[in-house]
Design a protein around this ligand. Sequence first.
Ligand SMILES: Nc1ncnc2c1ncn2[C@@H]1O[C@H](COP(=O)(O)OP(=O)(O)OP(=O)(O)O)[C@@H](O)[C@H]1O
Ligand SMILES: [Mg+2]
Length: 505
Amino acid sequence: MTVRVCSSGIFGIEEHAVEVEVDVASNGVPVYETVGLPDTAVRESRQRVRAAIVNTGFRMPRRRTIVNLSPASLRKVGTSYDLPIALGILGASGQITAPKLQQTFVVGELGLSGRLRPVRGALAMLIGARARGVQHAIVPANNAAEADGLDGINIHAAQTLADAVQIVTGGEIPIVCPPSRRQQPCSSPEVDMRDIYGQPLARRALEIAAAGGHNLMLYGPPGVGKSLLARALRDILPPLSRSERLEVSCIHSISGLLRGTGLVQRRPFRSPHHSASVAAIIGGGQGIPSPGEVSLAHRGVLFIDEFPEFPRPIREALRQPLETGAVIVARARRSVRFPARFQLVATMNPCPCGYYGDSSRPSRCTCTDANIQRYRARVSGPMADRFDLRVPCHAVAPDDLLNHACGEPSAMVRARVAAARKLQRQRYDNESCHSNSELSGEQLRAACSLPESSQRVASRMLSRGLSARGFHRILRVARTIADLANCDSVKTHHLAEAFSFRTDM
Ligand SMILES: Nc1ncnc2c1ncn2[C@@H]1O[C@H](COP(=O)(O)OP(=O)(O)OP(=O)(O)O)[C@@H](O)[C@H]1O
Ligand SMILES: [Mg+2]
């Protein structure tokens, strides 16, 4: 007898339907074979499935058993086919009668005892299955929270193979709520802006960056609070919208970062170390490409602390996703497109010793001119051009430090950022643009049209060697500054403030 179970696989970030066909012959030599381009993990499922079936109280058929994963042309990887294969074997050998099995979507990794383990990418798989019209799905209990709130498909959470058997044989399938609805740890501020002394310029830049999603570079001597400021950004970012939550959660689910927790609630804030490989940052790697840090930071922040310390291939590889909002990892057989619409926040010192231009002690810098030039050249012209806001940070004034002259708390800044983002949402309703930093072409012309009086200021800026990209970036920042001031149109002083943030590093 042949039984079919619907399941799915992930290639990169794309989900595709996989049908698990199991045929148990009525006679013949007792062999077990898996066909349909399985990788090692899929081939090894045989041992897990056999032990799980026996330990759940069933028996492994002693007849010719063929498992076919179709379409046979696609490579099948991972452990998510264990559960559909086990249910298929039980159905095809006549040990269970499950008329609804063929219409039920099934994924899950089996342990030897029959206990189910979570799989990567369950959320993307369930969204794909729903799009194909599947109404019932069985997933491991630890994956069920990912699908919390996914409308239009009934999710049945199973702890063990026995649970899954009960669900598919129980006639009317009971709808089981996910047992774990744990949310990701909620936002207790890591760094509150109240605890940062001085740095009024950098604080203003941080607010603008959060309100419009702009790229930010903070540079200055050691110990003045650059990394502190960058980390404070996380807490003033606006929350993710529902569609953004699903987008981000799909990527995190595929990377195995959503174990037992619900959808991602906070904007991602990724801070990779400079020893990371290009594949870890950009995406790719051995076998089927996986998302890199730029994709894990999608709709959030990629924080590159000590930017010049990152190897040149990584620094330059960031240029393309910053422009297009995506990374394409090309493979001989098939390319994968990973979304990577992130906001880049970086910090650096002005020279190798860190003290060049330190106003508090001008003679402290020990670097030669050549060393300084070499160090600064690590931020190439095209890369520097992509930073909308380039902000010098100076040593905190002794009085500010001694008198604890701290600024506004994050909560107040967050409220202004949220109001500015609301204006953007209303303005770009039904458009593909989420924030001012994404404005392009016609949208940019419409949202940032300059009054007659500003045209002269703009042409003076352009005559100072500003690139077209640089000018467009200034326009987008000026739009955000106008939004923070609740102003319908971009005025000359908004443009001037935006221009003042494009200092030479
Ligand atoms: N402006 C500031 N307000 C409050 N604390 C500060 C400030 N600047 C520095 N500090 C204190 O110094 C520590 C180090 O600051 P931070 O790591 O941000 O320095 P940095 O500018 O990134 O230096 P480096 O260039 O060496 O990376 C902070 O954890 C904090 O305790
Ligand atoms: Mg630092």
